[in-house]
Design a binder for this molecule. Structure first.
Ligand SMILES: Cc1cc2nc3c(=O)[nH]c(=O)nc-3n(C[C@H](O)[C@H](O)[C@H](O)COP(=O)(O)OP(=O)(O)OC[C@H]3O[C@@H](n4cnc5c(N)ncnc54)[C@H](O)[C@@H]3O)c2cc1C
Length: 421
């Protein structure tokens, strides 16, 4: 990189702000309260303004469409799938290389969102992957990286003891580092999408639950607890509640409750942002995958302060309206035992435990498709615990489907008819 480009990049990076999450929330709420609530006819209505819905409202408003976003709770909230300060973003996708082109576009869209809003949402910390040499997961990370030329570095054991000394990794483990990976801040991202959508003319109604919708003669009626609205198209992004709004999805989606834990480490300073990367560890002795983040300031990022660790595997099945939000002592024990084994100075005591919901599809791949032959009803669901990083591009895709009836982005592998054979 030449000197001029470097200076321009640094200036751009430093011009992004990290105003406190509560300030951003207040400013967005003011704009929401200033809206004219009398309109009831729209080009597109988006049901559910969470991760995917907020991005969709922004994309549609940006393209000049009259869009209404309906959200049952305040924003952001901790009853769905997007709460908890941080979400990992990575590109050498082990789930399937088909996702990589979508991720390339997602990264670009996050960058555009940051530049348009001035808010910092993506933090490049790099991501360490650890697992046995035979680990399918690590091998899949490598194949995606080779297939698409994604930067990925093998990390030597000597480097772990010098550069990443927080980790206690067995000698028979392989270690990889993806430098462009990092984390996104979900609450800030959703508020930012909503802030810009409002600025571009979208209507966003909070605390207004959709109870029904129906289609007649090419017009769709959406009924909420308060009102009726009409549009030519609807986009359903109701996350863990998708089965309620789209009964056909009932057999396809399993909602599970997942645990996130913030602990107090023995050596706080070794784990703060800038000193500690994001990480994932696959250990054959425990099912699923463990992952974590550096310690983040609570004012800027919201939610609790501490070292965050989570476990990616399908948890206990729950009804989103009755999700227990209690902490299973066994799950808590699994997390802390894991942490003590692989990141010994990362644990001195538990701090805060929270739950969050996954909407799992049968194959853990997303569901993005039309629900009717007229292509008026579109659904984005089944994000199976790995969707947030894509939300910036999912909004674009769902908007393409509503406006053009198709998208140039490669989503055939996410169509609903894959479950029919
Ligand atoms: C613990 C945990 C960790 C995760 N970690 C990662 C990660 O590191 N990286 C990553 O990429 N992804 C991660 N994910 C997954 C990611 O957060 C989800 O895939 C994503 O948030 C799903 O977005 P969504 O829009 O479908 O759901 P949500 O963001 O929950 O949005 C759905 C919205 O619809 C609203 N709604 C529902 N029904 C109605 C109704 N009837 N009327 C009006 N509004 C309604 C809800 O209130 C909600 O706001 C994680 C998820 C969890 C739970």
């Amino acid at each position: 990189m030449n000197r001029r480009t470097f200076i321009e990049k640094s200036a751009k990076a430093s011009s992004l702000s990290l105003i406190s999450l509560s300030e951003l929330q207040q400013s967005v709420n003011h704009k929401i309260n200033d809206q004219n609530l009398k309109k009831n006819k729209f080009d597109v209505i988006v049901l559910g303004v969470g991760s995917m819905g907020s991005s969709t409202c922004y994309q549609l408003a940006k393209r000049g469409y009259k869009v209404l976003g309906l959200e049952q709770f305040n924003l952001p909230h901790d009853k769905g799938s997007h709460s908890g300060q941080s979400r990992i973003i990575r590109k050498a996708y082990f789930e399937h290389p088909n996702y990589v082109p979508l991720l390339e576009k997602a990264y670009k869209n996050w960058d555009i969102l940051q530049n348009e809003s001035g808010h910092k949402i993506y933090h490049k910390t790099g991501l360490l992957y650890f697992g046995k040499s035979s680990s399918d997961l690590l091998n899949s990370v490598q194949s995606s990286s080779e297939l698409y030329g994604i930067p990925l570095k093998k990390v030597k054991n000597t480097e772990i003891s010098s550069k990443y000394k927080q980790f206690n990794i067995p000698d028979n483990f392989k270690s990889l580092f993806e430098p462009d990976a990092g984390f996104l801040t979900p609450e800030r991202a959703i508020l930012t999408h909503v802030e810009l959508a409002l600025k571009k003319g979208a209507s966003i109604h909070l605390n207004e639950k959709v109870i029904d919708w129906s289609q007649k003669d090419g017009i769709i009626e959406v009924k909420t607890e308060k009102e009726k609205y009409f549009s030519k198209k609807i986009i359903i992004t109701t996350g863990a509640w998708s089965k309620e709004i789209v009964p056909n999805l009932k057999p396809r989606i399993v909602t599970t409750q997942q645990l996130i834990s913030w602990v107090i480490p023995k050596k706080w300073d070794d784990f703060t942002l800038g000193k500690f990367p994001c990480w994932t560890i696959e250990d054959e002795e425990s099912k699923g995958l463990f992952y974590g983040f550096p310690i983040l300031e609570s004012g800027q990022f919201g939610a609790p302060i501490g070292l965050k660790i989570a476990h990616h595997y399908p948890g206990k099945e729950v009804n989103p309206n009755k999700a227990e939000r209690d902490i299973d002592k066994n799950d808590e024990e699994i997390l802390t035992t894991f942490l003590k084994k692989f990141i010994p100075n990362g644990y001195s005591k538990n701090h805060v435990m929270k739950t969050c919901l996954y909407s799992n599809s049968p194959d853990s791949d997303f569901i993005i498709d039309f629900l009717d032959v007229n292509k008026n009803i579109i659904v984005g669901s089944g994000f199976s615990g790995h969707g947030f990083k894509f939300s910036s591009v999912i909004g674009e895709i769902l908007s393409d489907l509503a406006i053009n009836g198709n998208t140039l982005l490669p989503i055939d592998f996410l169509r609903l008819d894959r479950f029919e054979s």
